[in-house]
Design a binder for this molecule. Structure first.
Ligand code: SF4
Ligand code: SF4
Ligand code: SF4
Ligand code: FES
Length: 249
């Protein structure tokens, strides 16, 4: 029989498989831990630290998405120290970008916006200092505005690990760090094949679908599953339909 490990999360005992992470175990018993850089089916990199939890006898807070469980672990997910750390991280992310939700296509489905609300943050305690990057408007499909990027690296892992196109990576260091193709090229001048995977996984409005701009807010759209008619494979895809703008009676 497969060996199980018992741990305690917020007072609840959980039995889980060795190698599972604290985040996975918490999720399995319905305990919500916020995340930002974590994305299913890609490597956990522990970039954002939004998912921190307290582990009894650990020297510091730990990132639950990367922490494998060990026998007898006692974890707390919502202590004042955990919330204070999460607020600090989210306020830093907010203040180091240009987050005007009024005009952002991601408004209503943005994970940063959701975190700000969930953590009840009125405004960041730091000065707002966006990096001032010029948007990448080089092509007809994908719009990139790195002023809204939180450097979670999800686009990089999606491009490299899911689609295996290997176009994106981090460049520069510290506060100058940014994501993009080699030599900081625009997408159109890179090896990008415009598959859209980076756009799909981006938690903010940093990468958006250009042709959908002003095509409707997320809550106005219905998702309709359909089959691509281009070849015989029959890939499934989701269409986002606006009942008024798309003229559906
Ligand atoms: S990325 Fe999110 S937080 Fe930033 S402007 Fe867009 S909706 Fe607002
Ligand atoms: S659209 Fe381009 S950069 Fe984005 S995942 Fe696809 S190949 Fe990579
Ligand atoms: S562009 Fe989006 S997915 Fe990529 S690092 Fe920035 S926020 Fe994350
Ligand atoms: S979600 Fe765990 S470090 Fe980002």
């Amino acid at each position: 029989m497969e060996k199980k490990i018992t741990i305690t999360i917020d007072g609840q005992e959980v039995s889980a498989k060795p190698g599972q992470t604290v985040l996975e175990c918490a999720k399995s018993i319905g305990i919500f831990i916020p995340t930002l850089c974590h994305y299913q089916n890609t490597t956990n990199v522990g970039a954002c630290r939004v998912c921190v939890v307290e582990v009894e006898n650990a020297r510091s807070l730990v990132a639950s998405c990367c922490m494998p469980i060990s026998p007898g672990m006692v974890i707390r997910t919502s202590t004042p120290a955990v919330r204070a750390a999460q607020k600090m991280i989210v306020e830093l992310l907010w203040s180091s970008g240009d987050h005007n939700c009024l005009t952002c296509e991601q408004n209503g489905q943005c994970e940063l916006q959701n975190l700000v609300y969930w953590l009840k943050i009125d405004k960041p305690r730091f000065n707002i200092e966006p990096p001032g990057y010029a948007p990448d408007n080089s092509n007809t499909m994908i719009h990139r505005d790195l002023n809204k990027c939180v450097l979670c690296g999800r686009c990089i892992r999606a491009c490299n690990e899911i689609q295996v196109n290997e176009v994106l990576d981090f460049a520069m260091r510290g506060s100058c760090a940014k994501v993009g193709p080699a030599f900081d090229a625009d997408y159109i001048d890179s090896a990008c094949v415009f598959c859209g995977e980076c756009l799909q996984v981006c938690p903010t409005g940093a990468i958006t679908f250009k042709q959908a701009k002003f095509g409707g807010r997320p809550w106005e759209l219905d998702k309709v599953r359909t089959t691509c008619t281009y070849c015989g494979v029959g890939c499934q895809m989701d269409l986002f339909i606006h009942s008024v703008l798309n003229n559906c009676a």
